[in-house]
Design a protein around this ligand. Sequence first.
Ligand code: DC
Length: 221
Amino acid sequence: MGGLLITIDGPAGSGKSSVARAVAERLGVVNLNTGAAYRAVALLALRDGVSFDDATRLARLARTVDLDPEGVKIDGRPVPDPELRTPEVSAAASKISAHPELREVLLTVQRRAAEIARGRGGAVVEGRDIGTVVLPDADLKIFLSAAPEERARRRAVQSGREGELDRIRRAIETRDRQDSEREVSPLRPASDAVVLDTTGLTLDGAISKVLELAHETRSRA
Ligand code: DC
């Protein structure tokens, strides 16, 4: 018997990462950020000058990436978070994530990480297609959304780039389009997901709501 698996999917700036981190901490389970694996491949592609259209080489790069409860690794070495969070890496991660060949490699990586975490008591796994594709049998699926202007505002405040609100909003809209319109594993709520619009919610409000759902799920299990 393993622990509870909770998936949190949603677009950039919906509050996914902050909510997933806090909920995992409060429940005493692992937090897996699957976007970090896509970002690690993007970082490698930028570093090695690999074209974002070259699915075969991108899939090969993905084979050097691993995800575990401690974070993402390239060739067994941890990747510092700031390197994964630049605007260039964000844009590249969204572009390359359209390739099925690359997604297939990372699917195995993500499932293995979730299995390890489940064995350690459970996990909150966040991404875009966790409830629909990666862990369709998860115990609780959450889909967080928020209006694009609000998501851009949060990103600008988070990164101390309030003066660049317009640029950030455009980048978010481009990523939304790419993530939702790709043919393989597009961003969309699973049919059995709880959809939570966080536009008018504080971070604490969103965390409480998800914790409430998690406790309900646990008491039913
Ligand atoms: O969650 P994030 O913003 O760090 O993710 C970066 C990109 O990776 C995102 O634009 C799309 C891709 N991604 C994905 O396709 N599937 C996932 N499960 C997680 C991320």
